[in-house]
Write a protein that binds this ligand. Structure first.
Ligand code: 9YT
Length: 129
């Protein structure tokens, strides 16, 4: 069995940060679970264009507020603690932090390796271990 805590991950290569967000990866492809599990902070007042063409992602907000806009139809969904969204159509979207940072629990299938970087369209390549 694998047991670890957020404190074990902070300060390691399993944290990836940009100006808009910081993602602490609790489980990655190397853990062989078939998904990755992230504790991600989305900064207040930021907007990030994301399009996970190669991955499915579910995101559960546990703190803060913000919104998500789906590009295809321009719909805007408010996000607060207790909101979950699932990008079941590989939905291209804008993720916006609100008046406070949002803390999100994110699950990716296929699992991220931790080496991916967003391209200019917010896409992660499909990498394997
Ligand atoms: C919620 C979301 O998709 N944030 C972008 C970062 C992503 N969770 C990651 O790479 O860990």
């Amino acid at each position: 069995m694998l047991v670890k805590s957020l404190e074990d991950v902070i300060g390691t290569e399993d944290v990836t940060s940009t100006e808009n967000w910081s993602s602490r990866r609790l489980l990655l492809a190397k853990d062989k679970m078939g998904f990755s599990l992230h504790d991600t902070i989305i900064r207040a007042g930021t907007e990030t264009h994301i399009w996970y063409k190669n991955h499915l992602e579910a995101v559960y907000c546990i703190e803060g507020n913000g919104e998500i806009e789906t590009v295809a139809d321009g719909k805007v969904y408010p996000i607060k603690a207790g909101t979950v969204y699932a990008l079941d159509q590989h939905d291209e979207h804008y993720l916006r932090g609100g008046t406070e940072d949002m803390r999100m629990v994110c699950v990716f299938n296929a699992p991220l390796t931790g080496k991916e970087t967003h391209d200019e369209n917010g896409v992660y390549p499909l990498l394997t271990e």
